[in-house]
Design a protein around this ligand. Sequence first.
Ligand code: NAD
Ligand code: WQD
Length: 341
Amino acid sequence: MKELVLVTGGTGYIGSHTVVELIESGYEVVIVDNLSNSEASVLDGIERITGTRPALEICDCTDFNQMHAVFEKYGSIRAAIHFAASKAVGESVEKPLMYYRNNLVSLINILELLKEFKSKGFVFSSSCTVYGQPEVLPVTETAAIQPAMSPYGNTKQIGEEIIRDATHAGLPYASIILRYFNPIGAHPSAEIGELPLGVPQNLVPFVTQTAAGIREQLSVFGDDYNTPDGSCIRDYIHVVDLAKAHVIAMQRLLENKSAEAVETFNLGTGNGLSVLDILKTFEKVTGKKLNYKIVGRRAGDIEQVWADPTIANDVLGWKATSTVEETLASAWKWQQKLSAK
Ligand code: NAD
Ligand code: WQD
C-alpha cells in the first residue's frame, strides 16, 4: 500500500514541485493549503505531469480544529512536509505579528498533530537566511546562526528551535530541517512553476517578467560589493532538484534511518553566482536582451552566501544536478506559458 504523506503549502511553488516528485516516487499525497499564495488550479498541472490528482484540503494550518479534522479524515498520515508559511521578507517587517502567528502557530499545530496521530516523521522548510552573512564560505550547517534580519527570518530560526526543543522533550518521531538556498526555475514541462503575486521581490521572476515585457526595467541592487563583479552572490538551486531532496528526506524518516532525532541539511548547489552572472546566463540561454540598470544596494541584502552541501550529498545521497543554464531555461519556458494565458 502507498504511504500517505501530508504536504502543507503543497499548491505553492516548492510544495507543488515536491508533490510531483512524491507522486512519481510512489507516495500518496494529501495537500493542505489555504490558497493565500497559490491557486487550486495548480492541481491541474500536477495531474498533467503525473497522471494523478492529489487530494487538496483547503484549510488553514493555524486552525488546530480544522487540521485535526484533516488528520482524522485521512487516518493514516505517516509523515508531513511543512511548506505552509508566509515568506515575503518586506511584508514581514510591516506585519510581524501576522508572520509570527502564521508561521509559528502552523508549525506547532502540525508537530502536535503528528504526535497525536502517531506519525513517523516531519520535514521542515528552513532557509539559508538563518546564516545571515557567514564568516566562512561556503557555509556549512555548523556555522553560527546570526541574529535574524527580519521577522520572516526569525520565524525560521524560532521554528528550528521549536522543533529541537520539542524533540528534546520527547517527540515520538524524527524531524529533518532543510535549509534551502535560492530556489529558482520550474518543472521542465512548464506545467507548474512560481506564481508571484504582484511585483516580484525575487531576482529570477523579475528577470523573466522583464524579458517578457511585463516589467520595463530590471534593477541590479548594487555593483559595489566586495565580490569579483561587485554584485551580490547567491547559490541558485533548481526547484526540481530541491523537490527531490524532500523525497529522499521522507524516505529516510519512514525507514527510520535518521542518525539523530533532528537532522539539518543545506540544500544548495555549492556554487555561488552573482546577479550579473545570472543576467548574462539568462541572455545567453534565451537570446533575450535584458533591459537592466545598476542602482543602489537593497537594504538588508547579504553580500554573498553559498552552500557547502557536502553533508546532504554524503548522508542523503542527494546532489543538485541541473546546470544554471537548464534552470534559467525552465524559468523562461514557464514565464512564456504564463504570458500566453
Ligand atoms: P509559496 O508561498 O509559493 O508556498 C507556500 C504555500 O503555503 C502557499 O501555497 C500558501 O497559500 C500556503 N500557506 C501559507 N500560509 C498557510 C496557512 N496558514 N495554512 C495553509 N496554507 C498556507 O512559498 P514557497 O516559495 O513554495 O516556500 C515554501 C516554504 O519554503 C516556505 O516555508 C518558505 O518560507 C520556505 N523557503 C522558501 C524559499 C524561497 O526562496 N522560495 C527559500 C527558503 C525557504
Ligand atoms: C537575489 C539577489 C538581490 C531582485 C530571499 C529572502 C531569503 C530567502 C530567499 C526564503 C540579491 C538581487 C533581486 C531584483 C536584484 N527566502 N536582486 N534585483 O535576497 O537571496 O533572499 O529569498 O527563505 O529569506 O530574503 O533572494 O531573489 O530577492 O535576491 O538585483 O530586482 O538578486 O539584491 O542579491 P535573496 P532575491
